[in-house]
Design a protein around this ligand. Sequence first.
Ligand code: UD1
Ligand code: CA
Length: 453
Amino acid sequence: MPHITCVILAAGKGTRMKSDLPKVMHHLAGQPLIDHVLAKTQMLGIEDVITIVGHGRDMVIEHIADRSDIVVQEEQLGTGHALKQAVPKLKDNSCVLVLSGDQPLLSLNTLTSLLKQHQSSGAAATVLTAVMEDPYGYGRIIKKDGVFQGIVEEKDASPEQKEIKEINTGTYCFQGRELKMALQLIKPQNAQGEYYLTDVFDVLLNSGQKIEIVCTKDKTEALGINNRCQLAEAEEIIYDQIRKYWMMEGVTIINPSSVIIDARVKIGKDVIIHPFTIIKGTTTIAEHSIIGPGTFLENCTCLQGCHIEYSVAKEAIIGEDCLIGPYAYLRPGTVLAKGVKVGDFVEIKNSRIGEGSKIPHLSYIGDSELGKKVNIGAGTITCNYDGKQKHRTVIGDNAFVGSNTNFVAPVEIGKNSVIGAGSTITKDVPDNSLAVERSPQKIINNWLKAKDN
Ligand code: UD1
Ligand code: CA
């Protein structure tokens, strides 16, 4: 195989997105569009990747600079003009694979067969096409007696040409030398006044070069994202692929269409995912866990056998065999050891909870460190914020905290100590002791009668 250079076109404004965000930075299954395209080049093992950036370039460059060489297209004068910017970096004898930053669904199989076909045919260029039921908006493949004649854009097409269902996916292979020559000769003579990349095929045909076509079997792969309806359509397709992938890997998903799993999520076997669950970012879920119904996880690590229902967790580590929910809220920095129970209406933030500890109802635990087998009574609050600074609460192993306790941080509670219900604890409590902070209960006998007199 000759050297392959991949050029990704990603400079366009994405006018049809009607957005302040560059088109390729719009998210699809939890990642910007451009990441899906870059991931394909990595999977193909292509090391020489050039991305053409322009509109909103600072944001795009910052996001991809570690994965791609960058070429700037100062003015966005069309796809042909965009590719032309990379010419000084293209070698005559290399194969140039051109991808669009807005075409995230192409499969590895399809790209591999495009590259193979291109190499074995020895053509100057190979165009990846697809047959669409509704080809509106795409460039149409013009053929005569089955032989490729060129590509006509929607805006330049005659009514008869608009009837053609075979479309240009915007993905191509070129011989470096021929591509560089043809790019010098294209002109902006069309309805949009742009330098069309698709015009290089006219130049190549006129100079007697051979052009091949590879038609994708799965037309959904060719979907280009130009507006938010197409973004939603692509997302539906990719989420379906992701669910099917994990089901084939041994994950049970109940009512799959109500479950969303992002592209980078990892799930172990025998995990069960119940309906209306959203798993985002870089979340990993280990074997035998049960997630949902109604659960939202973002960038979390869930160890083996945890059970989470009707809860929200972000950047939390949930230990083995933990029981979470219903209605728990685990915020960033939460680290739960093995067998922790977090029950209903409990919020935890930036806290470590030791093995076997329980926080079953109606609590806020923030900036805290709980030892092993601590029991937190209902309604316990760590008062971690004094209006200016956050302070820590430390609770030792086996401590038993009565219901409705306030811990005014900073405060430290010793091992095996007991806190009487309703206490507001402002001072440290030594090991093995009882702390109660409560006014003595008064009894006024015959209260009703006493009032009447
Ligand atoms: C293009 C093709 C069309 C094909 C379709 C497939 C041309 C002329 N048309 O049309 O035949 O059916 O893709 O989806 O090529 N870009 C730049 N600089 C520019 C203009 C665009 O980098 O000056 C980039 C865009 O960011 C985008 C890609 O090129 O990633 C395609 O541009 P877009 O405007 O979306 O082209 P289409 O109209 O979809
Ligand atoms: Ca497009």
